[in-house]
Design a protein around this ligand. Sequence first.
Ligand SMILES: Nc1ncnc2c1ncn2[C@@H]1O[C@H](COP(=O)(O)OP(=O)(O)O)[C@@H](O)[C@H]1O
Ligand SMILES: [Mg+2]
Length: 246
Amino acid sequence: MTILHVQGLAKRFGSHEVLSGIDLDVAKGERIAILGASGSGKSTLLRCINFMEMPDAGTVTLDGKVVGRRERELTAVRQRIGMVFQQFNLFPHMTALGNVMEGLRTVRRMPKAEAAARAERELARVGLSDKAAHYPAHLSGGQKQRVAIARALAMDPELLLFDEPTSALDPELVGEVLGVIRALAEEGCTMLLVTHELGFAYHVATRVIFLADGAIHEQGTPDEVLKDPKKERTRAFLARHKEFSL
Ligand SMILES: Nc1ncnc2c1ncn2[C@@H]1O[C@H](COP(=O)(O)OP(=O)(O)O)[C@@H](O)[C@H]1O
Ligand SMILES: [Mg+2]
């Protein structure tokens, strides 16, 4: 069952064509790892899928309906497609609980007590029940990222986008965030995950996409793309990630 259908998605910044016609179908329960060199358009692709950037061309279809054509439907689209950023993007003046409640209150208009109860459940899900009253400044990077994941989950997204969720973390904190993402994978969450953690991608993704020159250069199962890439550019990219072991 296809939940997301992207067709002919293109985006340029000035004269720089970053994405030049991306076609992508995502089935429910799929976990797609997106790889590519720095500047290859990975973030732009995720940002166009939930309309944080406006695509120049192409369509995004969610559950069979083209979305994003009207400004007023974008809030709904962003609820249905949750996003987790490299830099967490938490509100510094709100506690962990407040951050997770925010969308429930302002977008869903959920009563305060109900939103708080839901936010507590999501914080428990990422192992942070004891940090509900803490402000971001008093949380580690790994904890902040787990709050950001809880915030995305609170909106019951059909699809989760992760943009290098562990790239800003000290190495010893990467595992706790990958552990949460792995648990979501086991629950059957549908996700697009931009990552340089190739070992994690190998074990968690159902499909791997390699982006280059604004297009999907190669894609396939983790075994196909990571162990036996067909294209020279993919091979060269993987060779530059020597530290990676499957
Ligand atoms: N808002 C923007 N304005 C101008 N150029 C941008 C903007 N966002 C991204 N770019 C450019 O688009 C290219 C792709 O960026 P990005 O999607 O962030 O790549 P990646 O996430 O793969 O590193 C880069 O050359 C970047 O400088
Ligand atoms: Mg990026």
